[in-house]
Design a protein around this ligand. Sequence first.
Ligand SMILES: NC(=O)c1ccc[n+]([C@@H]2O[C@H](COP(=O)([O-])OP(=O)(O)OC[C@H]3O[C@@H](n4cnc5c(N)ncnc54)[C@H](OP(=O)(O)O)[C@@H]3O)[C@@H](O)[C@H]2O)c1
Length: 251
Amino acid sequence: MIQFRRLLPEPGTLDLSQLREALALPADANPERPFTIANFVASADGRATLEGRSAPLSSEGDRVMFHTLRETVDAVIAGTGTLRAERYGRLIRNPEARERRVESGRDTEPLACVISRSGDVPTDIPLFADQKSRIMLFTAAPVPALPDNVEVVELDPGELTLTTVLRHLRRHQGVQRLLCEGGPTLFAALLHEGLIDELFLTIAPRLAGGGRGPTIASGPSLAEPAELRIRWLLEREGSLFARYELSPQNP
Ligand SMILES: NC(=O)c1ccc[n+]([C@@H]2O[C@H](COP(=O)([O-])OP(=O)(O)OC[C@H]3O[C@@H](n4cnc5c(N)ncnc54)[C@H](OP(=O)(O)O)[C@@H]3O)[C@@H](O)[C@H]2O)c1
């Protein structure tokens, strides 16, 4: 049974069932949008990729955190760069995790949300071939030849903001808890629109030592740095798992 060492707020341990319990996110936090969390892994020198992917930074503990967060939420959102690089498939592969979701009154799978301005969506990835997955695509351009399991929300380019997308998810899909899995472009846009409530960040015990890999948020800096409050810090095999809360007044 996997166990994390808890360093903050008070020293202790956290096993998988305690982790699941601790990840119960607020349901009715905001009538205009879901409670929104982001999850990333970065090297100790702040890179979000090694050789173009996050996998070389990951670890067993990081994968447990990643899948437990997926299990917790009603929807997962990712940009097309992440879908393409990480070759997304079905979001919940473990049958027991699907059963736990059903037992707690949720759908077997979170809704998979994709956002693309250009309409250049990587429809060849396993996610689109999986008929059990429910997918919602927010786009500003038509996307030809999409499978039946994709619902398209086409918006005018000026309307395609994350505020609009999150409002749609809350009002029309009943999404109360949303997980952003990146990438850096999408996360930066969410930060700029002040839509992130919590950040889960795994700090891998690795150094990239230069290179062109992005950090977890790319593009222009925020007008003011977003203030974080640490809710917990866990450790497992040298990886650190920080859970931060963003101040409500951000950005
Ligand atoms: N370390 C980690 O935890 C982690 C997590 C996720 C990803 N990554 C890595 O990050 C890299 C991908 O980075 P990325 O920044 O390109 O990924 P991304 O944010 O997933 O994808 C960027 C694309 O998503 C769409 N998009 C993002 N924000 C949008 C917005 N506000 N409005 C409309 N469309 C929006 C656009 O698609 P269109 O171009 O189609 O318009 C944009 O080009 C990969 O190497 C991946 O492995 C690392």
